[in-house]
Design a protein around this ligand. Structure first.
Ligand code: AMP
Length: 580
């Protein structure tokens, strides 16, 4: 019999109640140790704040579906749900509060004779992930809410929203898995690197099989991430005088797996299989021998030249592109890393060696330029980095990636092995918290967005930092208007507050202190570069990122947006002469 979900909720409450890292680890370890083996991966996945392993962990449940399910299960009106959300800013807490009220009035549907277990909850999550319609997903979540009490509903709501909010900083779950089953935390960390699934790693640990952890062709690894830096001086301070630099391409991240018994497949940054959307890249490998895993960026590329990001967007909108579109906007993979080659995992090798092995494969000529290599150079000192930055911009790329040639590949980590130097001025990833009806040509659409950063890595309060018109196309604005209408929390006429679930990347010229927004900062000439559908609100920038940009700028280390490389057409097209 699978363990009751209520025990998971009690453990999560206890973990949330202590600030001590050790105590959190011990509570988790004690809980995991008591579970029957089949429950271990389920609990570890849930504690990682994910409903399911792999790409299935995105259940397709935004506020619209969540609130519909909760409304049906609790009988609460839409207005009551909005009020509760405004009080808690957390869907799990809203679910707990509203279901508690329902219990209080003694609605007998709530009497949980069929106690939810870890296996039961996982099974429902899986059916939600596989459901073909929004209504199907709502119905399933509703059933789940009807089977549990408020304490469990809180965590079901939070797991569905992919954020557990119990202060499990990076590494605590890993340490708990190690402690629970008597392993070295480094061995657990290594397995997690190769497998990327806390559930599967916990199971290997419980079974004493951590040594078997390996990269598997056809299963995507989490991508290595980069730390943003403000300018060339910042780069030199972090990596020393000699920097290894690559162009930063403006496309979408992709991992290509080629195996012996596996059709070549491509995965996106959020681990989804996107092979059918980019058939020309996969098919370039159909006749190439060998096994490999490549990391790179998909870019629109025709007749030896890269096209702009806007043309790639026409491809992103189509799951299965038709022949006409394939002909008009073909894509290529700009490869910058090699993670596996013919039976050997290369992650631990220094980048220098991985790159040499990548180049030795001569992929551009063997794939008819469906695979290219990233532009690589070495720069000494800040001046050379500035020149390289301008050159990259001349090639119409976004900026530079600075990499330590001695670094290993660290999946899912934002380490110092990779730094990113973007545009003239770094951008901030923010979440939209409010929207406003536009003027003139934009009348009748919600075109002005107010956005916020997170208070901290472990503090999920949202602090507003600016407001900007969108730089999106009319079709995108129409789509966003419908989306924001459906996630409106409060309608004040011109302005409405919305559930914070849409992530936007914001560029700006300067950042200054101001009492105008809750963050204590305001942005000059903010503009929306892009909707980041690949990022969740948990991944946006924090107040600390805003502070460090402010400090870098105050010390004169930041270049203004009109400086190096000039602004791209995309920026020019989206720029608005308004202070946010
Ligand atoms: P960002 O999406 O702004 O956090 O920047 C990091 C992203 O830049 C990576 O996830 C890649 O998709 C992209 N990128 C473009 N060119 C490179 C490169 N040469 N090396 C690594 N990442 C790159």
């Amino acid at each position: 019999m699978s363990s009751p979900f209520a025990a998971f909720a009690r453990t999560a409450d206890a973990v949330a109640a202590t600030r001590s890292r050790l105590r959190k680890r011990d509570l988790l370890a004690a809980y995991l140790r008591e579970l029957e083996t089949p429950d271990v991966p389920r609990a570890a996945t849930f504690f990682a704040g994910r409903p399911l392993p792999g790409a299935a962990d995105r259940l397709g449940l935004g506020w619209v579906q969540q609130s519909a399910a909760l409304g049906a299960a609790s009988g609460a009106s839409e207005e009551a749900m909005h009020e509760a959300y405004l009080r808690h800013s957390d869907f799990g807490d809203v679910a707990a509060e509203l279901l508690a009220t329902r219990l209080h009035i003694g609605d007998e549907r709530t009497v949980a004779d069929d106690v939810a277990t870890l296996a039961g909850v996982e099974a429902v999550f899986r059916r939600i992930a596989e459901a073909s319609s929004g209504e199907g997903r709502v119905g399933l979540l509703r059933c789940l809410f009807e089977r549990v009490g408020p304490a469990e509903a809180r965590y079901i709501g939070r797991i569905a929203a992919r954020e557990l909010r119990i202060g499990l900083r990076e590494g605590i779950l890993e340490e708990a898995i190690a402690a629970a089953f008597g392993h070295d935390p480094a061995a657990v960390g290594r397995a997690l690197t190769l497998i990327g699934e806390p559930g599967e790693v916990a199971l290997l640990a419980a079974d004493d099989r951590l040594g078997e952890a390996a990269l598997r062709l056809g299963r995507p690894l989490r991508c290595m991430l980069a730390t943003p830096v403000a300018d060339a001086d910042d780069v030199v301070r972090r990596v020393g005088e000699e920097a290894w630099i690559e162009d930063k391409y403006d496309g979408i991240r992709a991992q290509l797996h080629v195996g012996p018994d596996l059709a070549p497949c491509l995965f996106s940054r959020d681990l989804k299989d996107v092979t059918v959307s980019f058939p020309e890249v996969a098919s370039a490998f159909a006749t190439l021998p060998g096994q490999m895993v490549l990391d790179g960026e998909l870019v629109p590329f025709r007749e030896g030249a890269m096209l702009d990001f806007a043309s790639l967007q026409t491809r992103l909108g189509r799951v299965r592109p038709d022949p006409e579109l394939l002909e008009r906007v073909p894509v290529a993979l700009v490869a910058f890393d090699l993670l596996h080659l013919d039976g050997s995992d290369l992650l631990d090798l220094p980048l220098r060696e991985r790159r040499a092995a990548l180049e030795a494969l001569r992929l551009p000529e063997r794939t008819g330029e469906r695979v290219l290599y990233s532009h690589l150079a070495t720069a000494r000192g800040a001046d050379q980095i500035d020149v390289a930055f301008d050159d990259a911009r001349q090639r119409r790329n976004e900026g530079l990636m600075v990499k330590d040639p001695g670094s290993a590949y660290q999946p899912g980590r934002r380490g110092l092995g990779w730094l990113k130097l973007k545009r003239a001025l770094a951008t901030l990833d923010c979440v939209v918290v409010g929207v406003e009806w536009g003027h003139g040509k934009r009348r009748g659409v919600l075109s002005d967005y107010t956005f916020a950063v997170r208070a901290g890595e472990d503090d999920d309060r949202l602090l507003t930092i600016g407001k900007a018109y969108t730089g999106l196309t009319d079709a995108e604005i129409a789509e966003m208007t419908a989306r924001f209408t459906s996630i409106t929390l409060r309608d004040f006429g011109r302005y409405r507050t919305v559930v914070p679930e849409v992530v936007v990347e914001i560029a700006f010229d300067r950042i200054h202190r101001s009492g105008r927004h809750r963050s204590g900062f305001a942005l000059r000439f903010p503009r929306i570069m892009r909707i980041r559908t690949d990022k969740t609100p948990a991944e946006i920038d924090t107040l600390a990122s805003a502070e460090s940009l402010y400090v870098a700028q105050a010390s004169g280390r930041i270049l203004l947006a009109t400086g190096a490389g000039g602004t791209t057409e995309r920026i020019a097209a989206t720029g608005v002469a308004e202070e946010g």
